[in-house]
Design a binder for this molecule. Structure first.
Ligand SMILES: Cc1cc2nc3c(=O)[nH]c(=O)nc-3n(C[C@H](O)[C@H](O)[C@H](O)COP(=O)(O)OP(=O)(O)OC[C@H]3O[C@@H](n4cnc5c(N)ncnc54)[C@H](O)[C@@H]3O)c2cc1C
Length: 343
């Protein structure tokens, strides 16, 4: 019989909730508690359009591990998408175009070309679907995972398995010293909690609009994107490196609206539901590794860090979570880190 372990998952965004659920599902005897100060609609994860589309520069510790994360993540979501739970889980299949007037490289993606059932060059007629001088294009079919549905769906499943949830701000790992193991899924919060200068905010901003006639996604040049979700369509965006502004910026709003309605003019009659901005927790490589914290009383606290997914946390969470759970299993079976954190 499996020994009872006390595990704390810090963070309830897509990364934390996915990790906690996967851990509890696999190790039913482990006592898993999620501790976070923000949940569901208050998290960054709620802002994401949720399209499964990693950057070509997305990076884990090695290229093999990175690829495995993406393969695992895609198949995890795809497995949900073919069940009757897919609507409740906010997972749907969507097709669309990536277009560019100048850069053939933005229409290519080595990860998706290997993984998706359909990924091909757009033909001449397709390049004329949207107004603009589009010279390069790709058409592909991928998944959209909407956090507004997915987070509560996973939380319910986690709680039904006996997982616990605590709302609390953690100022230091000292605050969670009583656990056997801590999985640190604090996203941008890790910058402060771990004094990790490699975590950089990449600010983003989007509109959520009601436009039920939009059934396909479209990407244009310069971070312009239109991504249909279950209820609303996400219009974006921007990618501002090292910007800490969490408020909506009126100049970004004007730019996003103009770029998106130029790409798809029928969006001019869409009803704006809300506008939101957020800081993507960028880190190269994404940090999924074992660590040790020595508490003030000299106790050894094992940690598995799991943060820094940047603009691709929804895409990759199930893949990196599977890996984080493997690291947790190693720690709890005695293969612990010999790197001592300087936290
Ligand atoms: C505009 C925009 C669009 C995006 N679109 C996509 C997309 O289409 N596809 C995609 O894959 N990704 C997208 N992303 C990126 C995605 O949103 C992030 O990668 C993802 O949300 C990161 O998840 P997370 O769980 O690490 O962080 P979060 O969702 O921020 O969760 C962090 C959790 O940690 C908790 N926490 C932090 N510090 C502490 C502390 N000290 N004490 C207690 N709790 C703490 C918080 O309360 C929260 O629960 C987008 C991001 C933006 C801004």
């Amino acid at each position: 019989m499996e020994e009872k372990k006390q595990i704390c998952v810090l963070g309830a965004g897509i990364v934390g909730i996915t990790t906690a659920f996967m851990m509890k599902e696999k190790h039913t005897k482990w006592d898993v508690t999620i501790i976070a100060d923000k949940f569901e609609q208050d998290t960054l994860s709620d802002i994401a359009a949720g399209i499964f589309r990693p950057s070509t520069s997305f990076k884990g510790p090695t290229s093999e591990i990175t690829k495995q994360w993406l393969v695992d993540a895609y198949h995890h979501y795809k497995k949900i998408q073919i069940t009757k739970e897919t609507a409740e889980a906010g997972v749907q299949e969507v097709s669309g175009y990536v277009l560019s007037s100048k850069f053939p490289e933005v229409t290519k993606n080595q990860f998706l070309e290997d993984l998706l059932p359909v990924y091909r060059r757009a033909n001449e007629l397709e390049l004329k679907i949207c107004p603009g001088d589009w010279k390069y294009g790709a058409f592909f079919t991928t998944l959209v995972i909407e956090s507004r549905y997915h987070l509560p769906w996973l939380r319910n499943k986690f709680e039904r398995l006996g997982g616990k949830i605590v709302k609390k701000t953690i100022n230091s790992f000292q605050d969670v010293e009583d656990y056997d193991l801590v999985i640190n899924c604090t996203g941008f919060g890790a910058k402060k909690l771990c004094v990790d200068h490699d975590v950089v905010p990449i600010r983003g901003q989007v509109f959520k609009v009601k436009a039920p006639w939009v059934k396909m996604f479209f990407y244009g040049d310069y971070d312009t994107y239109i991504i249909p979700g279950i209820e609303y369509v996400t219009l974006g965006g921007c990618r501002q490196f090292d910007s800490f502004k969490e408020e909506v910026d009126k100049y970004d709003s004007a730019s996003i609206w103009e770029r998106c309605t130029e790409l798809l003019p029928n969006l001019k009659s869409a009803e704006v539901i809300r506008e939101v901005a957020g800081l993507r927790p960028h880190r190269t490589p994404v940090r999924v590794e074992k660590d040790v914290f020595i508490t003030s009383s000299g106790k050894r606290l094992d940690i598995v860090h799991h943060y820094g997914h940047g603009g691709y946390g929804v895409t990759t969470a199930p893949g990196t979570a599977k890996y984080a759970v493997q690291l947790a299993e190693e720690v709890l079976s005695g293969i612990r880190s010999n790197i001592y954190s300087k936290l």
